[in-house]
Every structure is written in structure tokens, then in C-alpha cells.
Design a protein around this ligand. Structure first.
Ligand code: HEM
Length: 441
């Protein structure tokens, strides 16, 4: 007998799919609250459109993420479908790419990236006005774009280019939002990609092409991600397609820049709402950095700042959900799933599960002070298993440095009291994120 997951009641024909597509955060936290006690999985099972199994038990989420044999990472959105990079590849190709790129994200490389982040922050702050109003998300996107391109591609990015890429990423997110509604439509009614998407993709392509060409024309390019890929291409055992250098560069740019900018921006939002926490970050920064720029050796001393970043990633995880697709008919948590079933792991809802977290909606960095309160499996802002985020340490370092260095020199106050979140490829603010900045005496 087939064992199917519980299907909560929904609308005729389309079931709960429109609620999931229209307001996923509310829908998924609602499912978590209502059903996680009883069921490890629930199913959104419309008569037309895509069925989705939502994993409510975080331990089962990790089981799925650990199991590459039975579950593949589906490429969601036009950009991942079009480009072949670490984030979008599968099988032997993914294994090859990950083994080429892993060494770029360990050991001494992390210390080098930390120094680049420190230098870039220092330069950015020197150019900030004494006071004024800024779109904080855009400002931080320009910063993180510079850090990523300097660290991974040995290329600088000026403000104008940072703004262009920031706009291009907004267009990719809009395209993704439109494509979510395609889930409810039969294939012949689904929309193709928009002209705005094509334009944004062309912008990213030309930036990446310029970076790759620079490396190809350089006799002895510095060690970085593009050089690692070019060297790997020379190895006869490794197959890399012609376009892969550009695709990888585009996907690293999009995957690493926006997520980190969002995390820092949300941390400033939470600190604006919690002035005592902001003062603690500032006091720690003044104590550890003493007015100077942060470097690798300071990282382990910025302990309260680290808790702030962790707590920010709990409440506002820049990647709010990850998905997998069953490669074959599988049994998961005692339930049979068909081949091709879309399995959703709702990071955002797990991070707010009241069965796991005390006062789940309260911003409380000190919950990270002792290991016992960490919520273990219900916390995975960088995913888990073999495809865990390759850039997690880069992102955490940059976020810690940005909070500490900015707050020892400036006050930053996000003006809105409420966050209006738009879950797209990433968890973005629905409009500009206005903040008042003012230099400290
Ligand atoms: C706070 C910032 C970040 C967050 C929240 C984040 C989150 C994630 C998550 C959840 C995944 C797993 C996706 C899945 O399993 O389907 C992932 C994968 C990935 N991330 Fe990040 N990320 C961040 C920063 C970065 C940075 C800075 C880089 C690049 C330097 C990066 C590059 C990647 C890549 C290439 C993958 C794919 C790994 C693979 O499939 O082997 N991310 N990230």
C-alpha cells in the first residue's frame, strides 16, 4: 500500500499551491506550527501544477541534504537552468568542480580574503559622508561585490559597476518571482524569460567575460578561483566546457554577493531595533580593533559580533529555503515519494520553530552563548551535507568585520520599524532599505 504524506486541506483543484507561491513565509511557518508535532512531512498536492513535499522535521531535512544518490538539487529559476556552475551542476561534474574549488575556501585563503575584506571596508568607510540617508542594502551590495571580485577574481569593482550588478540581481529576482507562478500553470501557459532578465544576464555575462579574459591574457595570473579553474582545464582528466569559466564567475558573483549584503543589512536592522545589542557590538569593536581596520587575527575576539551574525541568520536567513528532487521513487520518513517529487526544506520556518527555540521571534544574540541552546539541526543557514555553502566562512568573516568596523566609526539606524520581506531567490527587502548614518565624534 502506498504511504503518502499528510495533505492539509486547501482550495479545490489547486490545493495549497497558490498559498505557497504567493506568501511562502507565512504558509511555511503556518505548516510548521500546525503540523510539525504530528507529521515529519506535509504535501502540497494540486491536481494541476507541481506537487511539493515540505519537510517539517529538521532531522529529515539533513537526511535529504546528505543523500546525493537519491536526491538531486533542482535548478530553480532561469539563471541556474542556463548556467553551468558549482551551484547548478550535478553528479560527477559537480564532484569535479567541488574538488577543484574547495581548496580556494580553506586555510590561508580565508586569511587572505579576510585581509581583503578589512581593506575594502576601510576604503568604503573613508568614502562615506559624515552623515546622511542611504539605501543600506544597495550600499552593502556595492561593498560585498567589491570584496567578492577582489577575493575570488583579483579584480576591483568601482561603485558604478557595483550599482549595475545590484540592479541586475534585482531583475533576476523578479524573473524568479514570475517563474514561481509557472508552477501552478500547465507547461504551454508558462511564461518564457523576460527581456529584463535577458538584459540583466547580459550585464553579468559581460562583467564575467572581462574578468575571465583578463586571466586568460595574463601570463602569470594570481592564484584565485578563475586561475584554479583555468589550471584544472589543463588537466586531461577534468572536463570543463568552454563556457564554464564564465558561468562559474557569474554564479559566484550572484551567489556570494547578495546573500552576504543581505545578512549585514538585516544585522543592522536587528541592531537598530535592539540598541543595547548595538552598543555591545560597538564596545567590543572598540576594544578589539581600537579604531583600526579588522584583520584575520581579530576574528576570534569578536565573539559577541559573531553571535549577532548567527542570530541574524536565524531570523532572516538570506537563503530562506533549499530544495531537492527525488531522482527515483524513494521512501522518506516512512512516506513514498515518486521520482521527480519536489522536496522543500524550509530553513526560515525551522529557524522559527517554537518547539526548538525559546521566544523564537525575539532577537537574542546571547542564545548562542552556550552550545546547549544552539538548536542544532534546526539551524542550517548555509545548508548542510556535501553541498553545504562553499563560501560560508568568507561570508561570516565579512559580516563580522562589517558590523564591527562600521559601528566603531559610525552609527547606523535603519529607519523602518518593520521589515517587509520578499522571499525570492534570496530573502530580500521588498523596497529600498533606508538607513541614517552618522560618523561618531
Ligand atoms: C550569508 C551569506 C550566504 C548564505 C546565507 C548562503 C547560503 C547558501 C546555502 C543555503 C547553500 C546550499 C544550497 C543548497 O543546498 O541547495 C549555498 C550554496 C552555495 N554557496 Fe552560499 N551562502 C552565502 C554566501 C556565499 C558566498 C560568500 C559564496 C561565495 C564566495 C557562496 C557560494 C555558494 C556556492 C558556490 C554554493 C553551491 C555549493 C555546492 O552546491 O557545492 N555563498 N549557500
Amino acid at each position: 500500500m502506498e504511504r503518502t504524506a499528510h495533505t492539509p486541506p486547501g482550495l479545490p483543484v489547486v490545493g495549497n499551491l497558490p498559498r505557497l507561491a504567493r506568501d511562502p513565509l507565512r504558509f511555511l511557518t503556518g505548516m510548521q506550527d500546525a503540523y510539525a508535532n504530528q507529521y515529519p512531512l506535509v504535501r502540497v498536492d494540486p491536481q494541476v501544477g507541481q506537487s511539493v513535499t515540505v519537510v517539517l522535521d529538521p532531522d529529515i531535512a539533513h537526511e535529504v541534504l546528505a543523500d546525493r544518490d537519491r536526491f538531486r538539487r533542482p535548478n530553480v529559476g532561469a539563471q541556474e537552468q542556463r548556467r553551468q556552475g558549482l551551484v547548478s551542476s550535478d553528479g560527477a561534474l559537480w564532484e569535479q568542480q567541488r574538488s577543484v574549488l574547495d581548496p580556494e575556501f580553506v586555510g590561508g585563503r580565508l586569511a587572505d580574503y579576510a585581509e581583503i575584506a578589512g581593506d575594502t571596508l576601510e576604503e568604503t568607510l573613508t568614502a562615506w559622508p559624515e552623515s546622511g540617508r542611504v539605501d543600506l542594502f544597495e550600499e552593502l551590495s556595492i561593498l560585498t561585490m567589491r570584496v567578492i571580485t577582489r577575493s575570488l577574481f583579483s579584480q576591483d569593482t568601482d561603485r558604478e559597476r557595483g550599482e549595475t550588478v545590484h540592479e541586475a540581481l534585482a531583475a533576476l529576482n523578479d524573473e524568479f518571482d514570475a517563474s514561481v507562478f509557472d508552477l501552478v500553470l500547465p507547461e504551454q501557459l508558462q511564461s518564457g524569460v523576460s527581456a529584463e532578465f535577458e538584459e540583466a544576464d547580459a550585464v553579468l555575462d559581460s562583467v564575467a567575460t572581462e574578468f575571465v579574459d583578463w586571466h586568460l591574457n595574463h601570463e602569470d595570473p594570481p592564484r584565485d578561483v578563475i586561475t584554479a579553474l583555468i589550471d584544472a582545464k589543463a588537466d586531461p582528466d577534468i572536463e570543463l566546457s568552454e563556457n564554464e569559466l564564465i558561468d562559474q564567475t557569474v554564479l559566484f558573483m550572484t551567489g556570494g554577493q547578495e546573500t552576504t549584503a543581505l545578512t549585514i543589512a538585516y544585522a543592522f536592522y536587528w541592531l537598530s531595533q535592539n540598541p543595547a545589542a548595538k552598543e555591545r557590538v560597538r564596545a567590543e569593536a572598540q576594544d578589539v580593533l581600537d579604531g583600526g581596520q579588522p584583520g584575520w587575527a581579530d576574528l576570534s575576539d569578536l565573539t559577541y559580533t559573531e553571535r549577532v551574525v548567527r542570530e541574524t541568520l536565524r531570523l532572516t536567513p538570506a537563503v530562506w529555503s533549499v530544495s531537492r528532487e527525488a531522482r527515483e521513487p524513494v521512501t522518506l520518513a516512512g512516506t513514498d515519494l515518486d521520482a521527480g517529487e519536489f522536496v522543500m526544506l524550509p530553513i526560515y520556518a525551522h529557524h522559527r520553530d517554537s518547539r526548538v527555540w525559546s521566544d523564537p521571534l525575539t532577537f537574542d544574540p546571547d542564545r548562542w552563548a552556550g552550545s546547549a541552546s544552539r538548536g542544532d539541526s534546526a539551524y542550517y543557514p548555509f545548508g548542510s551535507g556535501p553541498r553545504v555553502c562553499i563560501g560560508r566562512q568568507v561570508a561570516l568573516t565579512e559580516a563580522q568585520f562589517a558590523l564591527a568596523h562600521v559601528l566603531q566609526h559610525y552609527d547606523v539606524q535603519v529607519t523602518a520599524d518593520e521589515l517587509d520581506l520578499q522571499p525570492s531567490v534570496t530573502l530580500r527587502p521588498s523596497g529600498p532599505m533606508e538607513a541614517e548614518i552618522s560618523a561618531l565624534e
